[in-house]
Write a protein that binds this ligand. Structure first.
Ligand code: DX5
Ligand code: ZN
Length: 214
């Protein structure tokens, strides 16, 4: 299992210490949640923070844009050196073209779906994307309860990926802890995002290792 700890639950008054912890952990990525107060009812942090973290983080960045018109920011995300750029299906009127532009910028393209968005809507783009990010909570806040229906979505998605010959990975975000992580591993998830479960622990690196071994 790959693990992408979500910076949203880190200590914003001492990000350097948390990034140091991530650098010396078994994490595969660092998940960065950018919100605009329009697509989601909250605002997290923007490019200055993303850029500062990118300078000191040794793990590849997995950027999750919870914003309207994410295609406007492809160049700016690329300039941080981010590995993955996740855009919401619900925020992209021309998703195929946005995915192409993300690839042209040299990043992996991730498409994110909200809990109420059927995975079937990705059928005609699934062979073009590198990753599908399944939201297992409604986006905007950390530390929410895992929505059990997400397990069914992961299984459906796995089937769609298999039948289409796509190489897309499945990432899941929201309410991931040991038990939900184990169920997600069984359902076919490839990457687990975890915010409060990792950063809220006394032993965050231990929790990253635990999720990695699921
Ligand atoms: C929610 C964000 C998540 C969030 C997950 O909108 O996309 O990445 O940090 O937090 P936890 O793991 O605490 O549910
Ligand atoms: Zn996220």
């Amino acid at each position: 299992m790959k693990v992408s700890p979500s910076l949203l639950a880190a200590n914003f008054a001492d990000l350097a210490s948390d990034i140091e912890m991530i650098n010396s952990s078994e994490a595969d990525y660092l998940h960065m949640d950018i919100m605009d107060g329009v697509f989601v009812p909250n605002i997290s942090f923007g490019f200055p923070v993303l850029e500062a973290v990118a300078r000191i983080c040794k793990k590849p960045l997995d950027v999750h844009l919870m914003i309207v018109e994410p295609e406007k920011w492809i160049g700016r995300v690329r300039d941080t050196g981010a590995r993955i750029m996740n855009v919401h299906q619900e925020a992209c009127l021309h998703l195929d073209s946005t995915v192409r532009h993300i690839h042209e910028a040299g990043m992996l393209a991730g498409v994110t779906v909200n809990p109420a968005t059927p995975v079937m809507l990705l059928k005609d783009i699934i062979t073009e994307v590198d990753l599908v990010l399944v939201m297992s909570v409604n986006p905007g806040f950390g530390n929410q309860k895992f929505i059990m229906n997400s397990l069914k979505k992961v299984m459906e998605l796995k089937k769609m990926i298999h039948e289409s010959g796509s190489n897309a990975m499945i990432e899941v975000d929201g309410g991931v802890k040991e038990e939900t992580g184990r169920l997600l591993a069984q359902a076919g998830a490839d990457i687990l995002v975890a915010g409060s479960y990792v950063f809220g622990a006394n032993d965050p690196k231990g929790r990253i290792t635990l999720l990695k071994n699921l």
